[in-house]
Design a protein around this ligand. Structure first.
Ligand code: CP
Length: 316
């Protein structure tokens, strides 16, 4: 009942067995979350700090709920309104929080690699809640867990081996894409990335993925489409002409889905830009599991925190 790593920095460092153990533990916590009292006492002696140097809605609320459902004490820090604006360094900020007897740190940062840097300077376990354009490991875990759920029948859990997953959109600036590629590859899925050439990193095929620039062909190939937002905040030069043109050529709409000879599963990590990368009639359709992804995020994050804490309690 523990992982092969002390921190959850990226999916790249995880073994396949770690991912499977996180899923099995999340299955148990998902059952807990269906109960009238959605709480277990597992982490009642643990304090977790959520330190967010970048905006978040889903990840931040989901981590906080996961921690409270495990009975942990929770402190929240956001860089706006903090002493970071007075020039305090990341290590000093975190060490000051840890001096108040914090056991675990959940961190989001706009700088790629920030959680690895921190892991070399502090003793507490760190969970990466998204670093720059690098990794977003809990998002990839909840995405893969949601795909497994979508293909499971009753209590028999599906495997992702051989499943065809297309990740569509702004691949270059997406930490969700990179973590998903690592996670899906480890679980034996076939992965395709699709989108405009200007938003496709060079050498992406070296990660063992297929590359497609025609979104319609990607949809025809896949069983699951994970649609990503255009990350305008990370683009310092224009990489396509207009959002309207992007929507015309790369946005997913109902007409496209209806033209396929099959039903595919639609995913999106959020936040959604409706009418740009995905239309409302797709995001809100029966094929969409977008809100299931959000729901599963709490169980996955409970599992990660619980397993990193090294607790050995039975979960009942
Ligand atoms: N999916 C995701 O990371 O969303 P937030 O930025 O709202 O946390």
């Amino acid at each position: 009942m523990s992982l092969s790593v002390k921190h959850l920095l990226g999916i790249k460092e995880l073994q396949k067995q770690d991912i499977e153990q996180i899923f099995q533990t999340a299955d148990n916590f998902k059952e807990v979350l269906q109960r009238p009292i959605k709480k277990v006492p597992s982490l009642r002696d643990t304090t977790v700090a959520n330190i967010f140097f970048e905006n978040s809605t889903r990840t931040r609320i989901s981590f906080e709920l996961a921690e409270r459902r495990l009975s942990a004490d929770v402190v929240n820090f956001s860089s706006s309104g903090s002493s970071v604006s007075k020039g305090e360094t990341l290590v000093d900020t975190v060490n000051n929080i840890l001096a108040m007897k914090v056991d675990m740190v959940v961190m989001r940062h706009s700088a790629s690699g920030a959680p690895w840097f921190l892991a070399n300077h502090i003793d507490a376990s760190i969970i990466n809640a998204g670093d720059g354009i690098n990794e977003h490991p809990t998002q990839a875990l909840l995405d893969a867990f949601s795909i497994r759920e979508a293909f499971s029948k009753g209590s028999k859990k599906a495997t992702l081996k051989g499943k065809r997953i297309a990740i569509i959109g702004d691949i270059m600036h997406s930490r969700v894409a990179l973590s998903n590629i690592f996670c899906l590859n480890k679980l034996g899925a076939e992965v395709m990335v699709a989108g405009p050439p200007t938003l496709m990193p060079r050498y992406i095929q070296d990660l063992g993925v297929k590359v497609e620039y025609d979104v319609k062909k990607a949809l025809e190939w896949c069983e699951v489409a994970n649609v990503l937002r255009i990350q305008l905040e990370r683009q310092h030069k224009p990489l396509f002409s207009t959002l309207r043109e992007y929507a015309m050529y790369y946005g997913i709409n109902k007409q496209m889905l209806d033209s396929l000879k099959k039903d595919i599963v639609i995913m999106h990590p959020g936040p959604i830009n409706r009418g740009v990368e995905i239309n409302s009639d797709v995001a809100d359709s029966k094929q969409s599991i977008i809100l299931d992804q959000v729901e599963n995020g709490v169980a996955i994050r409970m599992a990660v925190i619980y397993l990193l804490s090294g607790k050995r309690e039975v979960l009942e």
